[in-house]
Design a protein around this ligand. Structure first.
Ligand SMILES: Cc1ncc(COP(=O)(O)O)c(C=O)c1O
Length: 507
């Protein structure tokens, strides 16, 4: 063997080549920590100023074409200074967000976030915890919140819970758990056909569209969701639900879940949860509550009695990012019998082996309770929010938004150009500018007001007619914002409504 062929020398050459291809300096940490620290502090100061002075900004503003086009550029290959990218953020992103932080934002159902939540997000970003599993305190934080919610909703020991993006996914997961609890574990491997049964779900006609979509995604089909009529308060009619269940049984189908709503998306109606839970237990059905908007009213002593019966649910889906003001996103699913949740989702994998000690301890892991393996630290901003404000203050914020909604209702009733479109039961007010061609005019009024920046209401359809919808969720909203909305609607209505021709004088 010649010297050139010596294995030792080959290895040395290989090591040198590798050293060259993996330079020590190639890390993404800052080269100049001092400069980055100063910029980071400035970002924080800027965002604190933004939140402090939010009222001075428009609630929303149209996005100029040239700004939108900035986001059609190519994938960046080379680096850009952090300061320059931050400038791009302040110039092109920050001014054109949807505006739900703003006190005059009343569209859809969106929380306003808090300074505390923002700071917690920064801490979570630095920690970069993956809450899929393993033994670390971030998971204990999530378990702590599950325990707090178990207590708040009066669920028994053995209940389980998990953070998800939002209630759409939490509802979908609840349908899967209910499906598996009904058909048994085998459905996971053998599929729906193997059971030979057709499962039927029940919700009111006012239920959120994600329930029907959840039926589709679960393979059950949205045709197997019965849409039960509601009463004049938009609550499910329990006697009609009972008849529908009987009719399905007679037809050889298998009812499996009743979905009640605590705060319907259109007007904030709360179903008779006690009546639903009685019926579900008599019929042997899973009882799920979609509480995206309203379930956390359990924290407000004056509102909580309206949720009576929720403590008997098999599962509850809700969003901390709405009424509890936690920054997006922070949806949650609470399940009475945690073993049912695990049976639906847990799936062993060799590389996810559990141990009794070491980093792989702490089983079961959150990944056993849902479909996500990689999961962010949503629990931290929620933990900060619950600790910093306490449930009393968060509950008081919810009550206050309901009082503001009643104030808006009174303003609508006192204003001759306006009429209420639905009873005001929680924090949502639906109303109309009264005129001919009302659907077109009211839709225009809403876009006019949004574009003016004065406020952001949204629209919905009530009894086949378009209505202006104001969902007061944000803790920053004041009576003056409600007054400004009323003024803006009346002014825009006068502009947009077709002027009636004066009647011709005959004779
Ligand atoms: C009653 C109801 N259910 C479900 C959802 C969907 O929640 P998310 O947007 O968090 O997925 C909403 C959203 O507003 C809702 O009001």
């Amino acid at each position: 063997m010649t010297q050139e062929q010596s294995p030792t020398l080959d290895l040395l050459a290989l090591r040198k080549a590798l050293d060259r291809s993996v330079p020590d300096a190639l890390t993404l940490d800052p080269e100049d920590w001092t400069e980055t620290r100063a910029l980071g502090h400035r970002m924080l100061d800027d965002m604190l100023d933004y939140l402090r002075q939010i009222r001075a900004r428009p609630a929303w503003q149209p996005i100029p074409t040239e700004i939108r086009e900035r986001f059609h550029s190519g994938l960046p290959c080379g680096p850009t200074e952090l300061a320059a990218v931050y400038r791009e953020f302040t110039d092109t992103i920050l001014p054109y967000s949807a505006g739900n932080v703003h006190p005059a934002f009343m569209g859809w159902v969106q929380g306003g976030g808090t300074v505390t939540g923002m700071l917690a997000e920064m801490l979570a970003g630095g920690l970069n915890a993956n809450l899929g599993g393993r033994d670390h305190i971030p998971i204990e934080v999530e378990r702590q919140i599950t325990e707090w919610m178990r207590q708040a909703f009066g669920f028994p020991e053995g209940a389980s819970g998990i953070f998800v993006t939002g209630t759409s996914i939490a509802n979908f997961m609840a349908l899967l758990i209910a499906r598996n609890a009904t058909l048994g574990r085998a459905v996971r491997q053998c599929g729906l056909d193997s059971s030979g049964e057709r499962l039927v779900a029940y919700a009111s006609s006012a239920a959120h569209g994600c329930i029907a979509r959840g039926m589709e995604m679960s393979g059950l089909g949205s045709n197997m969701l019965r849409s039960i009529p509601t009463d004049e308060w938009h609550r499910i009619r329990v006697p009609e639900l009972r008849s529908a269940i009987a009719a399905d049984r007679d037809a050889g189908l298998r009812p499996f879940v009743i979905v009640g709503t605590a705060g319907t998306v259109d007007i904030g109606a709360i179903d008779d949860l006690e009546g639903l839970s009685d019926l579900a237990s008599r019929e042997g059905l899973w009882f799920h509550v979609d509480g995206a908007l309203g379930a956390l009213a359990i924290l407000a002593p004056d509102l909580a009695p309206r949720l009576k019966g929720i403590e008997r649910a098999d599962s509850i889906a809700f969003d901390f990012h709405k009424w509890a003001q936690v920054p997006y996103d922070a949806g949650f699913l609470l399940v009475r019998d945690g073993s049912k949740q695990i049976e639906t989702f847990a799936a062993p994998a060799a590389y996810l082996r559990r141990e009794l000690t070491g980093t792989a301890a702490g089983s079961p892991w959150p990944c056993d309770f849902g479909p996500d393996l990689s999961r962010g630290f949503r629990a931290l901003k929620t933990w900060f929010t619950l600790k910093v404000y306490g449930t009393a203050q968060l509950g008081a914020v919810m009550s206050r938004t309901c009082h503001l909604a009643q104030y808006l209702r009174r303003r609508v009733e006192e204003t001759k150009e306006l009429e209420l479109a639905a009873p005001v039961q929680l924090n949502i007010v639906c109303f109309r500018y009264v005129c001919d061609d009302g659907d077109r005019v009211n839709a225009r009024i809403v876009t006019d007001i949004q574009e003016s920046g004065v406020a952001v209401p949204s629209t919905t359809t009530i009894s086949g007619r378009l209505a202006i919808r104001a969902a007061i969720v944000n803790h920053r909203t004041q009576r003056s914002d409600v007054d400004a909305l009323i003024d803006a609607v009346v002014k825009a209505g006068a502009r947009e409504a077709p002027q009636k021709e004066p009647a011709a004088i005959s004779g």
